[in-house]
Write a protein that binds this ligand. Structure first.
Ligand code: FAD
Length: 287
């Protein structure tokens, strides 16, 4: 099933994101995680793609295929393009199709130190057009940034570029994480005014330790409301309290977002089934 179809009956979609095991960890570790995530019955699970776009790493395809065929849940494979040639992307599309993966989150990706750029794709919209022109019938999603992408001069420019992604064929958008729901509502309003009419899922990242937040904020530049920073500084040296406060914060965000009628919640699980379970159990009846 294409992801965009999940939104057609007006139900709020609840989805998860996982990443393939890091180098040196066997692929089986993700299957132990998925065994537990499956029980939470998300509407779909998406699988991230290594930034370097190496053809040798087939794990995203393998895991997205297993989610669909072994676990019986809909899946989406992330795919980046900036570090790949057209030929390499064509090969990944062939493999995804051959393995029965129906949905792709089409991304530009970021340049990786020590990997020379291939310069055949510059933006996600070009990848989307390329997928559309392929012989396969994939459902295509794109990424969006409630606070604007770090490369953009301003949010207006970013939303104009986001519209190009949708015009190229993205049928559904998943947002970058954010910690202040007002930022998301403001973005949503601007996106709708700009004529972006596809379902937009809100990306929620439960922050359960201090290291995680330092890394995430340096990578994506999400702003931190006072309510959040006070929580962090109060509990940063108490790991259990930090975890519980982070879970409660994410639940609070989700309750508000669902009450306001957002299209869906995309939970960045960080491959942590315990956290995903506690959040899912707290919000399950809202969906
Ligand atoms: P684009 O849509 O190409 O946008 C990037 C920048 O270019 C923006 O500033 C935009 O305004 C501008 N732009 C876009 N189109 C045009 C145009 N036509 N003309 C001029 N400017 C334009 N990274 C990974 O490596 N692997 C993953 O699995 C992964 N998953 C992600 C999942 C989600 C939900 C999100 C939000 C991000 C994910 N990323 C992932 C990170 C992503 O690759 C980076 O944020 C990257 O810098 C931008 O990707 P994009 O697809 O949004 O790029």
């Amino acid at each position: 099933m294409k992801l965009a179809d999940l939104f057609k009956n007006g139900k709020t979609v609840f989805s998860f994101e996982v990443f393939p095991p890091k180098r040196n960890n066997p692929i089986e570790t993700i299957y132990r995680t998925l065994d537990e995530l499956q029980e939470l019955k998300p509407d779909f699970i998406s699988v991230t793609y290594g930034a370097s776009g190496s053809l040798a790493d087939n794990s995203t395809c393998e895991i997205a295929s297993a989610i669909k065929h072994k676990y019986g849940l809909e899946s989406a494979a992330h795919l980046t393009c900036v570090n790949s040639t057209r030929e390499e992307v064509r090969e990944v599309l062939r493999r995804l199709n051959e393995n029965g993966v129906e949905n792709i989150l089409a991304l530009r990706g970021d340049l990786v130190p020590d990997v020379p750029p291939k310069e055949e794709f510059k933006h996600a919209s070009e990848l989307i057009s390329f997928i559309k022109a392929s012989p396969y019938d994939f459902g295509i999603s794109g990424a969006c940034y409630p606070e604007g992408h770090l490369d953009s001069k301003n949010q207006v420019e970013d939303i104009i570029n986001l519209k190009k992604k949708v015009d190229a064929g993205a049928e559904h958008l998943m947002s970058q994480l954010f910690f202040d729901n007002r930022v998301f509502y403001d973005f949503l309003e601007k996106a709708r005014i700009a004529g972006i009419d596809v379902p937009i899922e809100a990306g929620i990242m439960p922050v359960v330790n201090k290291k995680q937040i330092e890394r995430m904020v340096s990578l994506c530049g999400a702003s931190l409301p006072a309510k959040f920073t006070k929580m962090m500084s109060r509990y940063e040296d108490k790991p259990d309290a930090m975890r519980d406060a982070g879970i409660a914060y994410a639940v609070d965000q989700i309750v508000d977002l669902v009450s306001q009628g957002v299209d869906g919640i995309h939970l960045y699980t960080m491959n942590n089934p315990y956290v995903a379970k506690r959040i899912s159990e707290s919000v399950r009846t809202l969906f």
